[in-house]
Design a protein. Structure first.
Length: 274
């Protein structure tokens, strides 16, 4: 039995892989000598990331610009990746959108937008990739969030969408398990320097409160999440499927606590001052 994580020349697809946590994941696979493809809406971000993946040592790096809300565009993009890279060993699905907003104050379209990106985007990505997954052997990792199981005021849209993502993970681990496809979710905690952390902890005061809520006493790093994705997609994890795995410094053990209320307080204070 191998005790090593080996990705040389394996085909890795990272959807939403052009910034933040997901880009960190794509770069980690590139450093392992894998063939890596990334996708997001911005061609500029795609081009910048592809250049970085080559610098990091990817055996091959390519990208495409599409919106995960468009199932035809997703399917066409994934077909293009398949033509270049062959069947997919690893699929990371992590495109997401988020903004703090109280349910009573956000439009129906605002709520729908997050569901369309996070939840329906995951559906489009998984269905679009299915014909090209290596069977047996493929590993899918959906990037979830603590909102999937911890309620945070001002995050009803994200809570609903990410809970759906994790239930898709669990369900498809059963539907696709017989074909040798493993499906897991990774739940990052608060990851420093990312767009998500900036949006949810916009002031130094809130950032400090977030920090105080993490039992391990530090914010996470993109590498913390990337390392878990490498493990789950490696030959060390061939019996791991249907799992939702926290990479959060044990934040889950404290529940949403005061942080679950604090964003609502911030939004209500902003409402009063307007
Ligand atoms: C209320 C808002 C809003 C806000 C947008 N909307 N921002 N409502 N408060 N701050 C509303 C708009 O008014 C509109 O509704 C609807 O949402 C769609 O907005 P658009 O700007 O047209 O959408 P679009 O251009 O498609 O952009 C999607 C987006 C944007 C989600 C709104 O922020 C985005 O592209 N985000 C991607 C990057 C991102 O969010 N990264 C963080 C991921 S972190 P109306 O009714 O006016 O039409 C994450 C979890 C982090 O997911 C967890 C940390 C612990
Ligand atoms: P980010 O930098 O904003 O990354 C989001 C990525 O998704 C970008 O590459 C973005 O690129 C792409 N994207 C967004 N909307 C898209 C769409 N409609 N179609 C295609 N691509 C789209 O955010 P992040 O903070 O690193 O978060 C990354 C993932 O981790 C998300 O799934 C998020 O929910 C999860 N997460 C983050 C945190 C955190 O602390 N940051 C915590 C828990 C979970 P374009 O703009 O070019 O489209």
């Amino acid at each position: 039995m191998t005790r090593e994580m080996e990705f040389r020349d394996r085909s890795i697809i990272v959807i939403g892989g052009t910034s933040g946590i997901n880009r960190g994941i794509a770069e980690a696979f590139a450093e392992s000598g894998a063939k890596v493809a990334v996708a997001s809406r911005s061609q500029e971000k795609v081009d910048d990331t592809v250049a970085a993946l080559k610098d990091r040592g990817a055996a091959k790096a390519l990208g495409a610009a599409f919106d995960v809300r468009n199932p035809e565009a997703v399917a066409a993009g994934l077909a293009g990746f398949n033509a270049e890279l062959g069947d997919f060993d690893v699929l990371i699905s992590g495109a997401a959108g988020n903004f703090p907003a109280l349910m009573s104050e956000m439009s129906v379209n605002a709520f729908r937008t997050v569901v369309e990106i996070d939840l329906m985007g995951t559906v489009h990505v998984m269905k679009g990739a299915y014909p090209y997954l290596k069977k047996p052997g493929a590993s899918i990792v959906n990037i979830s969030a603590p909102q999937a199981y911890l309620p945070y005021e001002g995050q009803a849209h994200v809570c609903a969408a990410k809970a759906g993502v994790d239930q898709i993970t669990r369900t498809l681990s059963m539907e696709w398990g017989g074909e040798g496809v493993r499906v897991n979710s990774v739940v990052p905690g608060f990851i420093d320097g990312t767009e998500g952390a900036k949006r949810l902890a916009p002031t130094e005061e809130i950032r400090q409160q977030v920090l105080d809520s993490v039992p391990l006493g530090r914010m996470g790093l993109p590498d913390d999440v990337a390392n878990m994705c490498l493990f789950l997609s490696s030959d060390l994890a061939t019996y791991v499927s249907g799992c939702v795995i926290n990479v959060d410094g044990a934040v889950y053990q404290r529940g949403s606590g005061y942080l679950g209320q604090q964003m609502g307080d911030m939004l209500r204070a902003m409402r009063k001052s307007n």
